[in-house]
Structure formats: C-alpha cells, structure tokens
Design a protein around this ligand. Structure first.
Ligand SMILES: C[S@@+](CC[C@H](N)C(=O)[O-])C[C@H]1O[C@@H](n2cnc3c(N)ncnc32)[C@H](O)[C@@H]1O
Length: 329
C-alpha cells in the first residue's frame, strides 16, 4: 500500500527564530523559510512553503529537514481512505501554536544551552509584534485554541514582552506557556495569569546553590526560589520545574533529591519535568545520535524522580525526547 505521512506540528505551528520562521518546534533541523522582511509575514509565501512540506509528506516523501523526526507520523488508513485524503481539496490549516523564540538575550549562561549550538555569529534584532499583527490580519490564527509559547533568551531581557502579551490579549488569546529561568521577577507575568491554563516552566536543574552556579554561571539560586514564591503568591499561574540531567554535574541522587524537595514546595498545579541534555543525542546534532541510548544511571534518576513524585502526589512528566527514546510514544 502507498505510504503517506502527516505532522500535526507542521500543520499548526509558527516558530519565530532569529533568522528564520519554522513550521515546527525544532530550533535546529525542521521545515522553515527565511524571513526577508521581519515586519511582515507574507500570507502567500507562508502558505506556499508550509503546503510544500505538507504535500510532500502526503505523497510519502519525508523532506530532508524532517528526516528522523518522531513527529512525522505515518497515515494509517485503508487504500480507499488514503486515496480520498490524497485528493481532498486544500484544507485551511490555522495556527494554534506560536513559538516566540527570536531573541537570545539572557541573564544567565547555561552551560547546556542548545541555542548556542545553532545561533552562531551576529543575530538580527527584530520586533515580532508587527508580524503577530499580520497573522491576525490575515486570519491565519485559530484564536480559540491558540497557545503562545515564549522561549528565548529569557523574558526578563525581552523588551517587548509586555507588548507581545497585550497584542495577543487584545485579540482574545490569553493562553501562554513561558519557558524561563526565574532569575528576575517579571511583573508582566501577573497579566498572563488571567487565563487559568497559562503556565511557566522554570529550568532550575539543581537542588543546591553550588550546582546551580556551575550550570547557569551566575550565583542566583536563592533569588530564583524567592521569585517563584512571589509568583505563587501574586498569580494563579501554573508552575512547573525542570531538571535536565547533565553528565557529571547533577546526575546524582543527592542533588536530584534536594531539587525534588524544593519542587514539592514551589510547584503549583504543574509538574516536575525531567529531561536529558540534547547535546548528547541527535537533537543536539550529534553525528551518531541516532544510536543514542539513555544511560542506565539516567534511567535510575528518572525512576527515582517518578517514584518521589508519586509518593508526594506531585505531577511528573518525562520530556518528549525521553519518552521517544524509551519508546513510550
Ligand atoms: C533555551 S531555553 C530559553 C528559555 C529560558 N531562558 C529557560 O531557561 O527556560 C528554552 C528551553 O530549552 C531547554 N534547553 C536548552 N538547551 C537544552 C539542552 N541542551 N538540553 C535540554 N533542554 C535544553 C531549556 O531547559 C528551556 O526549557
């Protein structure tokens, strides 16, 4: 039977990066097109590029940029239905996931930061608000379901952070997911807690001041914890905490246990999220990354965290990379 593929992310995502717009969550590989004019997303060009990738997948061709990506799924259907799907008239794909990731200014310097792998040299600075206005003007956004994910850099260094929030809220979209470090208190976060789905995920990655400083290269462990307490007090924002397992830095039970004890206090409706360092695998561009297996020690740490969370009634999540590697999705 004829093979055919699809990717939900490709159909529904726009990802603003420093030099490119991508149609998925990846900052390295992934389907993209280069931005010529940062103030304007040309509807025709945007749709032309996106449809090219969608149609290639439909025809059973995995584009070079998507090779090896676990989000490319095979369309399983009988011959008749596949045929119907292949010839169906062009669907109108709307954007339900916007990733704001076009700036790199940050108030720490994580030793693992994946952006350093991909964003070499001088980066253009652009204001993403005009492009957002454009997406609304051209009716490209699924307003009801839109999730706005903000990465970076760090929001504390993003001058237009509040303008970005205002622009979405003005258009009736108030569901935000912010990945951040928590080193500075950002009052504009109080605005986004209006929507009870909005959430932050803080990469704390450590349970002690010393390990935090080694990883982030700034001495700001206690102040990060104070800021998280303040956010819990002033907002109803969902709070998750992340722990990226880093070889010979935090890959031990003592550090993890201290992190989990802190997480128990700080997490609000969110989860402990365990991840591995992308730089060890294909996602960090490692040549034979395809053959990467999660080391046994990491599996022990993941299991320890899972049990701790279960015993303490805290939500627990493995990152999608871990789940993929463990063949859980
Ligand atoms: C580049 S950071 C920027 C946002 C913010 N400054 C923060 O610390 O979350 C975005 C996300 O990428 C994750 N990340 C960056 N490098 C990574 C790596 N090598 N392995 C796993 N996750 C990584 C971080 O944990 C964070 O959740």
């Amino acid at each position: 039977m004829k093979k055919s593929y699809y990717c939900k992310k490709l159909e529904s995502t726009i990802h603003f990066l420093p030099r490119l717009v991508k149609f998925c969550c990846s900052i390295g590989e992934g389907p993209d097109y280069e931005i010529k004019n940062y103030n304007y997303i040309d509807k025709k060009i945007f749709e032309k590029y996106r449809n090219k990738y969608i149609n290639e997948l439909k025809k059973g061709i995995i584009p070079e940029a998507c090779k090896g990506c676990p989000d490319c799924k095979e369309k399983v259907a009988d011959k008749k239905n596949i045929f119907k799907w292949l010839i169906q008239p062009k669907r109108k794909y709307k954007i339900s996931h916007i990733i704001i990731n076009h700036y790199r200014e940050c108030d720490c310097s994580c030793i693992y930061c994946a952006t350093k792998l991909f964003d070499k040299g001088e980066l253009p600075h652009y204001d993403v608000v005009p492009a957002i206005k454009n997406l609304f003007k051209f009716d490209l956004i699924d307003k009801e379901n839109l999730c706005v994910e903000i990465q970076g850099g760090n929001i504390s260094m993003l001058k237009e952070f509040e303008n970005i929030i205002d622009e979405f809220q003005k258009n009736g979209c108030s569901y935000f997911l912010v990945l951040m470090n928590g080193i500075k208190y950002v009052p504009a976060l109080e605005k986004i807690s209006k929507d009870n789905r909005s959430a932050i995920c803080v990469s704390l990655d450590a349970g002690t001041k010393e390990t935090f400083a080694k990883i982030k290269q700034v001495d700001a462990f206690e102040q990060t914890i104070e800021n998280l307490k303040k956010l819990r007090q002033n907002t109803n924002i969902i709070i998750s905490l992340k722990y990226i397992i880093l070889r010979e830095i935090n890959d031990n039970i003592e550090e993890l246990k201290k992190f989990l004890d802190i997480a128990k206090e700080l997490i609000y409706l969110g989860a402990v999220v365990i991840d591995i360092d992308y730089r060890e695998s294909r996602w960090g561009g490692v040549e034979d990354g395809e053959n990467y297996n999660i080391p046994e020690l990491y599996c022990d740490l993941i299991n320890y965290a899972e049990k701790y969370c279960k015993d303490n009634r805290i939500n627990f999540e493995k990152s999608s990379i871990i789940k993929n590697l463990l063949k859980e999705i």
